[in-house]
Ligand binder design. Sequence first.
Ligand code: HAM
Length: 419
Amino acid sequence: MKYSAPRGTRDILPDEIYRWQYVERVFAEVCRQFAFSEIRIPTFEATEVFARGVGGSTDIVRKEMYTFLDKSDRSMTLRPEGTAGVVRSFIEQGMSSLPYPVRLYYNLNLFRYERVAKGRYREFHQLGAEAFGAAGAMMDIEMIALLHSFFKRLGLHSTALHINSIGTPACRSEYNKVLREYLRPYETELCGDCCERLAKNPLRVLDCKVDHCHEIARNAPRLLDYLDTESAEHFAALKDGLTALGIPFVIDTDIVRGLDYYTKTVFEFVSENVGTQGTICGGGRYDCLVEEMGGTAVPAVGFALGEERLLMEMAAQQLDIPRPTPTDIYVAPMGENAQWKAMCLINQLREGGIVAQTDLCGRTLKAQMKFADKIGARFVLVLGENELTSGDAELKNMQDGSKTAVRWEDLPHNLNLLR
Ligand code: HAM
């Protein structure tokens, strides 16, 4: 029997993990500078959390959730996104009593039963953030500034910020009437899903991936032209703030986002390098969700970026990601006595922050030298009977072949020899 990872999932191997760790580390640093704290939430929640939170008319809830009955016949779902779970936690843990804005960030693996394609997986990873309690555009700008700062720190360029406003629920319900009127004559041409969407939530038609629906949606009236004063002012403040901070953006009335909870600001960072829809990051404001999920009314805004897509983009832009330090020193013992000395020596070196290895597989000296070369050890120190009795040894620099005479027991106090 030969097992393989389920379709749409993948192993992240030691040879590439440093890339993941690097972007996660930079993201955590930037979040800390913006005063965000990390939150960790369960991998699965009661299905209702997502049905309610993400919304019944979305593709995610209708088709893509990994839902199962647990042994007590409760319907559970592997998280398809982070926001609903974070909102559940915000309410359950009484975070509305914390000083506003409550700023949280996360690093999660997520599950969606999607059609697998370049940059689209069934298990994927997001770095995201949510901020609760600040209603003005300043908070939206702060979130985008965080992302801008993160991308800058990674050296990413030409990742375009697209923004739009989808207004308050009140102006959206007015707009839905106009949109339905526009779409009605095309009803027979729309795909089956869009016919359903037309009745339930016509805004979703604008997001349909079927070419012909997309074509029809192209000339639809734009929600941006139907904003109420409150939403229009919010959008104007967002544009002014981004301009003041020197963050370039384009207004993209096509962005409606594939989740039901958004209000007012929606945004995406897009690039041509990541396949499918090219969206690296998506986010926006969701002022009604906390209340809809049973909390008091607290406005909120957030985003999530796909880590797989971010790494693809970085590779396409040929950005350098620092590889972790290879082995600094390999200590090659000859004989049992030397083995224990080598063990002690490398442990002392490790306490000084040095990456050190010795033989664990009973290799001959020749095989050890080959091994040291293979793992890219920067220095090799041979410890045999002579070295043990005299205390003298040779530190071989594997890059240029040069040798330095050392007192091997003094090495832990003389670490600059290894740097
Ligand atoms: P989303 O647009 O569904 O938003 O996902 C955000 C990002 O996750 C996408 O832009 C993409 O980079 C990545 N992503 C989504 N699905 C996949 C997939 N199947 N394979 C690989 N990457 C994927 C949300 O999830 C919202 N919770 C974002 C948010 C947070 N809004 C407010 N707060």
